[in-house]
Design a protein around this ligand. Structure first.
Ligand SMILES: C[S@@+](CC[C@H](N)C(=O)[O-])C[C@H]1O[C@@H](n2cnc3c(N)ncnc32)[C@H](O)[C@@H]1O
Ligand code: SF4
Length: 369
């Protein structure tokens, strides 16, 4: 690793699979041996660890990591080299409250929560196959605050089946009124091989989607949330450090079933980046936690991968970061960049999109293929 990496830890089980979800998540059948899973994560870490690593952030994602007992999270964190000022996030499904005590997660070392609210409308939650109700989210949020969490994100989705602009704004307003530090506002996408791909619900029409997005962005801005990434909005400086590292194309270690990692190194002055992945089936992973598949990122893909991340940031990155993380200079993409500048899709002074570029990000990225 060339700089302080992030650490992603995957917990692959959920109470129930949601019909829109294509994450590596498996409905729990019977009991999960959490102790065995923690030991597998530790073995995974022992095999991947490099003495120089000190993590700037840790993210427990899923799946539903709020089903992972705080005692296991605490024991695992104790074994990892984590910077004193690290951001340590846990994804929380509000439907798992009966299993958890927020204060225990805090004592275990978690200092940021990401709560999967999705919507505050009971019909929408049902349509999304969620296991929770709207009040579970508000209760979870209040309990988390009472337990001392000062950094909380709410995940919301929009563009939901039969959703109107007013419905989407109402969801946002309820989230805003809870006063979280961060809101992730994702447009629902229909992912291949999901239940929604097989039986696709009727989604709002293009014009309605456009109106919903414009109205939602205006409401978030008015409430003091700064859009720093396509779907991420933060109050003042409470950006998600862990995700920021992905978007700035930094390195990270991935532990757990189906987790991915990225690391870069220098050989003869040349930067080489590798992607790693773990077996995604929990049973396979637990039987072989030390297996990590590694693949070098081809030089041509490096630019595209960098742009796919960096141009999601509304303010992009400095060209210095482009050089540092791809080993290339701006000169290597100058004709493409200048063409995009003339079309007002990217900025001339920075590796960043314009407002129009953020809106037409897919066409911008096409130019780097
Ligand atoms: C890794 S998921 C898991 C969070 C947690 N398991 C939960 O669902 O409460 C993180 C977020 O991605 C978003 N998401 C998942 N599938 C999506 C899809 N098909 N389209 C848009 N957003 C999606 C949801 O808002 C979700 O909270
Ligand atoms: S709870 Fe989260 S991870 Fe699990 S299936 Fe639903 S969206 Fe996916």
């Amino acid at each position: 690793m060339l700089e302080r990496p992030g650490l992603y830890i995957h917990y692959p089980w959920c109470v129930k699979k949601c019909p829109y979800c294509d994450f590596n998540s498996h409905p729990i059948k019977g009991d999960v041996d959490q102790e065995a899973y923690r030991l597998a994560l530790e073995a995974d870490w022992a095999a991947q660890s490099q003495t120089s690593d000190v993590f700037a952030s840790v993210f427990f994602g899923g799946g539903t990591p709020s089903l992972f007992h705080p005692k296991h999270i605490g024991r695992l964190l104790d074994k990892l080299p984590i910077a004193a000022d690290a951001e340590i996030t846990l994804e929380v499904n509000p439907g798992t409250q009966e299993y958890m005590e927020f204060s225990e997660y805090r004592s275990a070392g978690i200092n940021r929560l990401s709560v999967g609210a999705q919507s505050f409308d009971e019909h929408k939650l049902k349509r999304l196959g969620r296991i929770h109700q709207s009040t579970d989210t508000t209760t979870a949020f209040i309990e988390a605050r009472n337990a001392g969490f000062k950094n909380i994100n709410l995940d919301l989705m929009w563009g939901l089946p039969e959703q109107t602009v007013a419905d989407a704004l109402s969801d946002l307003q309820i989230a805003i009124d809870l006063q979280p530090e961060h809101i992730s506002w994702y447009q629902l996408t229909i992912e291949a091989k999901t239940e929604f791909a097989k039986r696709t619900p009727i989604l709002p029409m293009e014009q309605e989607i456009y109106d919903m997005e414009q109205a939602g962005l205006a409401l978030l801005t008015e409430a003091g949330f700064h859009r720093y990434e396509v779907s991420a909005f933060a109050k003042s400086d409470q950006l998600c450090k862990h995700n920021l590292n992905y978007w700035q194309f930094g390195d990270y270690v991935g532990l757990g079933a189906g987790a991915h990692g990225k690391h870069s190194t220098r050989q003869d002055q040349k930067l080489i980046a590798f992607r790693s992945s773990k077996p995604s089936q929990p049973r396979l992973y637990m039987a072989n936690p030390k297996i990590t598949e590694q693949q070098q990122v081809a030089a041509d893909d490096l630019i595209l991968e960098f742009m796919m991340n960096a141009l999601r940031l509304t303010d992009g990155v400095d060209w210095r970061i482009f050089k540092q993380r791809t080993g290339l200079t701006q000169a290597s993409i100058l004709p493409v960049w200048e063409n995009l500048v003339t079309r007002d899709l990217v900025r001339a002074d920075r590796c960043a999109p314009t407002i129009k570029g953020t809106r037409y990000l897919d066409s911008v990225l096409q130019q780097f293929i």
